[in-house]
Design a protein around this ligand. Structure first.
Ligand code: AMP
Ligand code: MG
Length: 411
């Protein structure tokens, strides 16, 4: 069996997956969800010319040659509150008091802030003066937010495949878009396997350990926008494994994820069961930790078998399952953002693409430095608890000196 590069393994997984269906949701429920269609603006934003200050709307031509030493008085002919629809048309020598966000009256092309007039009063309920003295020359358009300056009607504001953030939800509200087509959350059935595993509530017994992966991987699935179908813990027995896997079918899982039980251990039945109910290939991926990776399908459901060691399972998730969830969930898969960090210690690697647990911190010269978490054994979940990043050491590199720059994923 030859070694697959991480990139090749990722591509093979993504090529086997199709986005799930969509649903139509009220705006409030769309936060963190993936948009299924491009959205174009239904109106201009702002929808009308409006004032960006509390002040007096006027004709900028009336303010030519004004200075603090030679001010000019304008007649105040209207008082325009936010939300009102002014009917007045300003003529030469006229102004209208106007509030922030209020629609500009016709004839006006600029707004002077109250503080540049002799009427610097903002208190609620104060009537407008009949004359206002202006101490400053204004350019056309000054303190005006023109209609359509932010967005033009018809312009695409959000693209299919974007995961919606609070500001995206806000702009959709501004546009009056109350419901959206959204990819439904991909459902991932999750199984831990091994006779040594106990549920978290159980007292510890000799020879046993508690099942960490159901929790870590379950939390990772949720954080990636997936829905977890928890299949629990499979003992190393054929019928029990089979009946748990059937639950993935019942719950219409979009993908099946297992941890452990796919190595060459004598008690590893999982692989036989998947093989005889679908397809299964074992990849030796040129990466560390987590070289063995199983990929296939169980009764039509795409399947990824992660290693059992808690750190290997975590890294395998970040490298393979997170992008898979993005693909299933309709999300545009862009390369994950990487930071450039400087090594504060020498690093030895073994030539595989390595994902090393590290702590990144800022330095006084403005760069980021990275130190490895103490011991990198793939069973040592605590080293991952203390890490805030994974350093990515490229394939082919065997050692790096202090001060070398490497890429990192923030955790
Ligand atoms: P395996 O892939 O079955 O050979 O398991 C590799 C290592 O991971 C063994 O030390 C297992 O005990 C451990 N392991 C497997 N599953 C889990 C789990 N769900 N939680 C914590 N450790 C596990
Ligand atoms: Mg095992």
């Amino acid at each position: 069996m030859n070694l697959l590069s991480v990139r090749e393994a990722q591509e093979r997984i993504l090529n086997a997956l199709q986005p799930v269906g969509t649903e139509n949701l009220p705006l409030r429920d769309c936060i963190g969800r993936v948009l299924a269609e491009d959205i174009s603006a239904t109106t201009d934003l702002p929808p009308f010319d409006n004032s960006s200050v509390d002040g007096f709307a006027l004709r900028s031509a009336d303010t030519a040659l004004i200075s603090p030493a030679s001010p000019r008085d304008l007649r105040v002919v209207a008082d325009i509150a936010a939300g009102s629809n002014p009917q007045v048309a300003l003529r030469a020598g006229e102004a209208a008091r106007i509030m922030t966000g209020a629609r500009l009256p016709s004839g006006a092309d600029a707004v002077i802030p109250v503080e540049d007039t002799d009427f610097n009063i903002r208190a609620a309920g104060t009537p407008a003066p009949s004359i206002v003295r202006i101490f400053k020359t204004l350019r056309p358009g000054e303190n005006v937010r023109p209609q359509g300056a932010d967005i033009h009607r018809g312009q695409i504001v959000l693209r299919a495949g974007q995961r919606l953030r609070p500001q995206d939800i806000g702009i959709l509200a501004m546009l009056g878009i109350a419901r959206l087509p959204i990819y439904r959350k991909p459902r991932l059935a999750l199984l831990s396997s091994g006779d040594e595993l106990l549920p978290v509530e159980a007292p510890l017994e000799k020879g046993k350990i508690r099942d960490a992966n159901s929790y870590t991987l379950g939390a990772l699935i949720a954080s990636a926008g997936g829905e977890v179908i928890s299949l629990g813990i499979a003992p190393d027995q054929r019928p029990a494994i089979q009946s748990l896997l059937e639950k993935a079918i019942e719950h219409k899982a979009d993908m099946l994820i297992t941890s452990a039980g796919v190595s060459v251990g004598a008690f590893d039945y999982l692989k036989e069961i998947v093989e005889s109910n679908g397809t299964l290939t074992f990849w030796r991926v040129n990466m560390r930790p987590g070289k063995p990776l199983a990929f296939g399908s169980y009764r039509g459901i795409p399947y990824i078998g992660l290693p059992g060691n808690p750190v290997s399972a975590f890294v395998g998730f970040e490298v393979f399952v997170r992008p898979a969830i993005q693909r299933l969930g309709g999300e545009q898969t862009t390369e994950r953002l990487r930071l450039r960090v400087r090594l504060a210690e020498e690093i030895q690697s073994d030539g595989r693409e390595s994902y090393l647990r590290a702590e990144i911190s800022p330095t006084s010269d403005g760069t980021l430095q990275a130190r490895l978490s103490e011991h990198q054994g793939s069973g040592n979940l605590f080293s991952l608890v203390r890490a805030n990043a994974l350093l990515i050491i490229p394939a082919g590199v065997k050692s790096l000196p202090i001060g070398a720059e490497v890429d990192a994923w923030l955790l």
